[in-house]
Write a protein that binds this ligand. Structure first.
Ligand code: FAD
Length: 477
C-alpha cells in the first residue's frame, strides 16, 4: 500500500529547504500538505490586519506553488490537534511531519500532536528548521541557559551549521476531493478591518528576490557601517520572511558565507567581511531571544529581571495615544511610529528609540507597547518583540541598564543628521532645516511647523522622573 503522510505547515511557508517537508517527501509516496488557521479567540489583540494580510498572501502563494507540483494545500481551522486527527482519519495517513516552533503556544500544541499520534498509533516526526541552533543546543558549560547575549553568541557562532536541503520535485498525488479544504483565508476570517499599510510582497519568490537584492546590491557588504541609519535601505528587510519561514535560515547563512568572496573567488575587503560577520551576529540575536522565551516563558507576563518585577508604570492613556499615532512632537519618534503605521515595519534603531521613549519618557508599561507592535508589525514575533521591549524598558535579559536612557534628540542628530528619514514620514516637517529637527523648539510653545505638535514632554525632566521611579522601586524591594 502506498504510504501517505501529512506535512503540517506552520511558520515554514516555503517549499525550498523545508526540513520536515524534505523528510516527508523522502519517506512517502503521497504528502498531504495542511495549514491550520487558528481562530485567535484566546489571544485577541495580538495581531492585526498587516501581519494577517501578509499571511493570507503567503498562503495563496504556497497553494499555487504546491499546485504547480500537482499537489493541493488543505486549509482547516480550529485547534491543530483536533483538525489533524480529522485529517489523519480522512487520508489514512501513517505519519505527521512538522517543523518545531519554540514559542510556548507552538510548543504546547506540539505536545498535543505528539500525544495524538501516540494515541492513534502513527508516527510523529518533528524537526529543527527555523533556527540554526535550538535553545537547548546553546548552553553554558554548566548546562544552563545563557542570560546574556555576548557569551551566548560566542557559543552560537562556534557551533557547526547545517547545509540547506533542496526543493522537493513532487509531493505525490493531491489528496482526493473527499478531503475538503476551506477557501484561502481573507481578513474577514479574523474579523479584522482591511489592511491599509503598504506591506511587503508576500510569497517565497518575493522573499528570494529580497535576499538576492540585499546581497547583490552591496547592502550586506556595507551593513557594518550603515545598519543604524534609518534613511533608505541599510538592512536586509528579511524579518517578515524569517517570521513566516519564506526563506530558510540555513540558506541565508550559506549565502552570507558565499558573499565573503567576490565572483572571482577573491576575498572581499576586510570591512565587507566584518559587515557580513556583524549581520550573522544579528541572526544570533533572533535565536537568543527565542532561547530566552523557551527557557523563561514567564517573560510574556513579567519583567525578566527579578529586580524590576512589579515596577510601577504611571503613564496615562492619553500619552500612550499620542505615541501610538505619531504625534508626540519629537520628530524622530513620530517618524518611527508613522513608518510603522504606514508600512507595518520599522527600522531597528527606531524600534529602540520609540520603545525607550514610551517607557522612559512617557512611563507607559512596556507591555502596552509590546502589544501595539504585535498588532501592527508584519514581522511581529513573540520572542524578538518581547526581548526588544524588555531590553528598551531596562527590565530584560541583557537589558540596557535602567539608568542608560537614550536622548531622542541626540539619537536623531546622530542617526538621521540630514533629517531624510524624518521628512519622509513626517511631511509637515519637509521644509524645516535639519538642525532644528534634532532639538526642542528654541521658543517654547512655538511648533516647528504648521500643524505639527510641540514636544509633549521635556526629555530631561522625564529622564529624572524615570530614574526616581526605578530607584524608589529598588529601595522598597
Ligand atoms: P537586519 O538588520 O537585516 O537583521 C537581520 C535579521 O536579524 C532580522 O531580520 C532579524 O531576524 C534578526 N535581528 C536583527 N536584530 C534583531 C534583534 N534586536 N532582536 C532579534 N532579532 C534581530 N524583530 C522581529 O523579527 N520581530 C519583532 O516583533 C521585533 N520586535 C522588536 C521590538 C523592539 C522594541 C525592538 C527594539 C526590536 C524588535 N525586533 C523585532 C528586532 C529588530 O528590530 C528587527 O528584527 C529588525 O528591525 C528587522 O529588520 P531587518 O530584517 O532589516 O533586520
Amino acid at each position: 500500500m502506498p504510504r501517505t503522510v501529512i506535512h503540517w505547515f506552520r511558520r515554514d511557508l516555503r517549499l525550498t529547504d523545508n526540513t520536515a517537508l524534505h523528510h516527508a517527501t523522502q519517506a512517502a509516496e503521497q504528502v498531504v500538505p495542511v495549514y491550520i488557521l487558528s481562530d485567535w479567540k484566546q489571544r485577541h489583540g495580538w495581531t492585526g490586519p498587516n501581519r494577517q494580510q501578509f499571511l493570507c498572501g503567503n498562503l495563496e502563494s504556497l497553494a499555487k506553488n504546491l499546485e504547480a507540483l500537482g499537489s493541493r494545500l488543505i486549509i482547516r481551522c480550529g485547534r491543530a490537534d483536533a483538525e489533524l486527527e480529522r485529517l489523519i482519519r480522512e487520508t489514512q495517513a501513517q505519519a505527521v511531519y512538522f517543523n518545531r516552533d519554540y514559542d510556548p503556544y507552538g510548543r504546547a500544541m506540539e505536545k498535543r500532536v505528539q500525544e495524538l499520534c501516540t494515541r492513534l498509533g502513527i508516527e510523529c516526526h518533528s524537526y529543527q528548521d527555523s533556527v540554526l541552533h535550538e535553545p537547548d543546543a546553546v548552553l553554558t558549560g554548566a548546562g544552563l541557559p545563557y542570560r546574556v547575549y555576548t557569551p551566548y553568541s560566542k557559543n552560537w557562532l562556534s557551533l557547526p551549521k547545517t547545509a540547506p536541503h533542496g526543493r522537493p520535485r513532487t509531493l505525490g498525488p493531491a489528496a482526493p476531493a473527499t478531503v475538503t479544504s476551506l477557501p484561502l483565508p481573507t481578513l474577514e476570517h479574523w474579523q479584522l478591518p482591511p489592511c491599509t499599510a503598504q506591506i511587503p510582497a508576500p510569497g517565497e519568490r518575493a522573499a528570494r528576490e529580497r535576499l538576492k537584492h540585499f546581497i547583490s546590491s552591496g547592502i550586506l557588504h556595507r551593513y557594518g557601517q550603515e545598519r543604524n541609519l534609518p534613511a533608505g535601505q541599510t538592512t536586509s528587510m528579511l524579518s517578515p520572511d524569517l517570521r513566516y519561514g519564506l526563506l530558510s535560515i540555513r540558506e541565508i547563512y550559506q549565502r552570507c558565507q558565499e558573499a565573503l568572496v567576490d565572483e572571482s573567488g577573491k576575498p572581499q575587503p576586510a570591512a565587507a567581511q566584518a559587515s557580513i560577520q556583524t549581520y550573522i551576529k544579528e541572526l544570533a540575536w533572533r535565536e537568543f531571544y527565542m532561547a530566552i522565551l523557551w527557557h523563561f516563558p514567564q517573560v510574556f507576563e513579567q519583567e525578566f529581571s527579578p529586580d524590576w518585577v512589579g515596577l510601577p508604570w504611571p503613564g496615562t492613556d492619553a500619552d500612550f495615544q499620542r505615541w501610538a499615532t505619531g504625534s508626540t512632537g519629537f520628530p524622530i519618534v513620530d517618524a518611527g511610529m508613522r513608518q510603522l503605521l504606514k508600512t507595518g515595519l520599522m527600522h531597528n534603531r527606531l524600534r529602540m528609540i520609540t520603545a525607550m521613549f514610551l517607557t522612559k519618557d512617557l512611563h507607559c508599561d512596556w507591555r502596552l507597547g509590546e502589544a501595539f507592535f504585535m498588532q501592527h508589525l508584519v514581522d511581529g514575533e513573540n520572542a524578538s518583540n518581547n526581548g526588544g521591549w524588555q531590553w528598551s524598558a531596562g527590565t530584560g535579559a541583557d537589558a540596557a541598564p535602567y539608568f542608560r536612557i537614550q536622548n531622542p534628540w541626540l539619537q536623531s542628530a546622530r542617526f538621521d543628521p540630514e533629517g531624510v528619514y524624518i521628512k519622509q514620514w513626517v511631511p509637515e516637517l519637509k521644509d524645516v532645516p535639519a538642525p532644528l529637527l534634532h532639538e526642542p523648539p528654541s521658543r517654547p510653545g512655538l511648533p516647528l511647523a504648521k500643524g505639527y505638535p510641540i514636544p509633549m514632554v521635556d526629555h530631561h525632566t522625564e529622564r529624572d522622573r524615570c530614574l526616581a521611579i526605578f530607584a524608589k522601586h529598588k529601595e522598597e524591594r
